[in-house]
Design a protein around this ligand. Structure first.
Ligand code: ZN
Length: 399
């Protein structure tokens, strides 16, 4: 029945997307939520397959769609267009007026319409009156139930301190206090297995059972890595929010962050390439590193907002080439991956820590205008110039 709920929710959602896609400017208004609800009732009358399902699950799919449309038309922060939901992606449905009961320390039960009580592992505190619950089937084949709850505030005392964070190219995250944090990486064993599965899948026939089995095995590895990444982001964000009143990050540019490893040409035979395992693994890790940043910044922003901490994102342009002491910007300032040495004043520092201090300085110069999201569109942060006066936020030390 849970599978069917997902199928119904997907079907209803996709119908709404299709209906919307037929709408063109000048054609009058597209049907609103009330009209769609009426059409759903009609469709349930005509289709025994839909009628057998839960009307509350199907109506909720339409409400979801209505919210997605509202987000799309939000002039302040427009969302992306609603897309069709595939049978192959993660599956979900929403239940309303959720009933939950606890049966032991580890287990609880949630009432799913037309299924009855369904057991779940109780991993997090559940709000006293959950209201809605979202039931999802992830790509690894695991079911989850989640309850919307406000982000709890982190217990903290105002320290009056600010911190800048640089996204290290390789290691992880370096703060303006000079601390380094490593990002969880995929283990050698998992990487080898994942790449092996990937190769196997490329030889398997599309839509075959064997291919589905391979996909599932890959999804299980991905799920494990995703779990580690989430734990990491939770831990680091709590620590940062607890210790600081202002946190400055660089603005994200995720598509630009994941680079594919370049293929190596085979010297023996022109036009062919050598197998590229080490590089393929490096590619996997780069992807993880990049997504760690997205997860962390979102986590930080939510926690900070709930705990009275300000998060600001600044333009990271030239932060790694700019001298913190005198403001001089040159590619040659960065002597190596790790060493920064200013060609003008001779200032020396760890390269990523120098960058983190630049980020902090830019954030401080913006701090009076309130938080700036790392995911915000449009110009955010400062845009330093290569020549002329030093960038905003740079303090010229008395030379
Ligand atoms: Zn300098």
């Amino acid at each position: 029945m849970r599978d069917l709920h997902c199928a119904h929710a997907r079907f209803v959602w996709n119908l709404a997307v299709e209906q919307q896609s037929w709408w063109r400017p000048g054609r009058g208004s597209a049907p609103g939520n009330a009209e769609r609800m009426r059409q759903l009732a009609e469709a349930r009358g005509a289709e025994p397959w839909l009628h057998a399902g839960s009307s509350s699950v199907q109506q909720q799919a339409l409400r979801d769609f209505d919210q997605a449309m509202a987000a799309f038309f939000d002039p302040e922060n427009p969302a992306r267009h609603s897309k069709f939901r595939s049978k192959r992606g993660p599956q979900a449905f929403v239940i309303r007026d959720t009933k939950v009961r606890r049966i032991s320390r580890k287990w609880g039960e949630v009432f799913v319409p037309k299924c009855g009580w369904v057991r779940f592992r109780w991993t997090r505190p559940v709000p006293a009156k959950p209201g809605m619950a979202r039931v999802t089937l992830d790509r690894a084949g695991w079911w989850h139930v989640s309850f919307p709850a406000p982000q709890p505030a982190v217990e903290r005392e105002s320290s009056g301190t600010a911190i800048g964070i640089d996204r290290g190219v390789r290691t992880a995250l370096v703060t303006s206090d000079g601390e380094h944090y490593r990002v969880p990486r995929i283990s050698d064993r998992d990487a080898a297995r994942y790449l092996g599965l990937q190769r196997r899948m490329s030889r398997q026939q599309k839509g075959s059972r064997r291919r589905e089995k391979t996909r599932l095995a890959m999804a299980k590895i991905t799920a494990r890595v995703t779990g580690q990444r989430r734990d990491w982001a939770e831990k680091i964000s709590t620590r940062l929010v607890r210790g600081h009143d202002l946190i400055v990050l660089e603005r994200l540019n995720i598509p630009g962050m994941v680079r594919r490893p370049a293929p190596k040409p085979d010297p023996e035979r022109a036009g062919t390439f050598l197998p590229n395992r080490a590089r393929a693994k490096a590619g996997l890790n780069q992807g993880i590193l990049a997504s760690c940043w997205g997860v962390l910044s979102r986590c930080l922003e939510q926690k900070a907002a709930a705990s009275g901490v300000t998060v600001i994102s600044v333009n990271p342009r030239f932060t790694s080439q700019q001298c913190r002491a005198c403001g001089h910007i040159a590619a040659g300032n960065r002597e190596s991956q790790a060493v920064f040495r200013c060609q003008q004043c001779g200032h020396e520092d760890h390269a990523d820590a120098n960058a983190a201090r630049n980020i902090l300085a830019r954030g401080l110069s913006l701090a009076n205008d309130g938080p700036v999201s790392a995911h915000a569109r449009g110009p955010a942060g400062v845009r330093p110039h290569r020549t002329g006066k030093p960038a905003a936020g740079t303090t010229r030390s008395a030379a």
